[in-house]
Design a protein around this ligand. Sequence first.
Ligand code: HEM
Length: 394
Amino acid sequence: MDTTTRFDPRISGLSQQVKDLANPQEVYSAKARDVRAEHIDGALHLYRHEDILALNKHPDVLGNGGRGGSFGHDARLIPLEIDGPDHRKWRRLLDPMFAPRQMMRLESQIRDLSRELIGTVREAGGGDLHDALAVPLPCQTFLGLIGAPVEDLDFFLEFKEGVLHPKGATTEEIDANMALAGAKLLEYFDGFLKDKRKTADKDEDVIAELMRAEFDGEPISEMDLINVLFLFMFAGLDTVTASMSCLVAWLGKNPGRRAELIADPDLLRPAIEELLRYEGPVPSGMRYPETDVDLGEGLIVAAGEQVNAFWAAANVDPTYHVDPLTVDFHREKTSHMTFAAGPHRCLGSHLARLELKVALEELFAMVPDFTVDTSNLRYDNVAVRTVTSIPVTV
Ligand code: HEM
């Protein structure tokens, strides 16, 4: 693969090397220690926190859409695949809809749903916490928040699997399978958005708010609305499921550390932050510098280069974090790259943190002694790190 071919991290050497490892952190950390930057399959891979932070914040570096749209959609996804003033305009509109105060209004609803879902597992004496909690809790919450039908969850899940984990061994096969999944979603939106417009003036959800929003006196076009919602349908549905599954599995494997959190509830917030650092579900993201970027000490990233920025390696970078492979709930330097950094920093981080906190609080309150069958945990680290099966007894 040369530098003119679009690089797909899913089929890159490093993704494939760690694809089903329970502890890819060891591989990532060794990379950050030994290799500051390297070319793999035509993309420059960066592993260190300070380098990635500098690149993310540089004004001449484009985000994920620097080489055009992807994820099975012809147009650029908003705001992930747009940059510059247009991106800032969209973030100014979207940020308040996902701000901490706005998310706090969802707390009691997230708690009720957590109790219901965990209650079902408790009554059955056990179950799979991936299917019984990590999938339905964030997905139902997110669909309710944006105003999409919760009863169509299976359809949305099939779509996000199709664009995030498409089948195929080559970029061409992957692109074709993603396009197939994308086309089904567009067909769905065709009918759904027409119906939604009929009630948008009084509905209180994100889609209705977007339908009422204006830029310079003009409503948002149907195409732009689709470009936002297409992204939401995988960004909002998959990542919290993934991180919840990783955190629950880690706490299952480390019952002593779980007991620490149960004994001291004030520790939960910093512990979630530390586990998000260690178990960050999105391994990497693409960046495209438009000018040469000098990262110091002889490392210059050339204009036109495609850069695979490894958030997961930056999170366990020993040149930045003290003892990075230790999960330390009292860590002093807490900044991590799990939600990326710079202008494209995750829009949904406050929602994600709230869902994780409430789910763990309820898990600790309702089934504090849950036991995980650690020999049957299944990890998938390609595209988004997830534990796809978490068998527990309670
Ligand atoms: C723990 C859960 C989550 C993680 C680890 C996560 C991670 C990330 C990362 C790494 C990025 C940067 C991608 C890049 O630039 O290459 C990102 C962007 C984004 N995330 Fe999240 N995310 C999470 C939850 C959510 C949720 C719940 C939403 C729902 C609104 C969301 C919406 C977005 C959007 C819209 C962007 C694009 C932001 C932009 O480009 O300006 N994320 N996320």
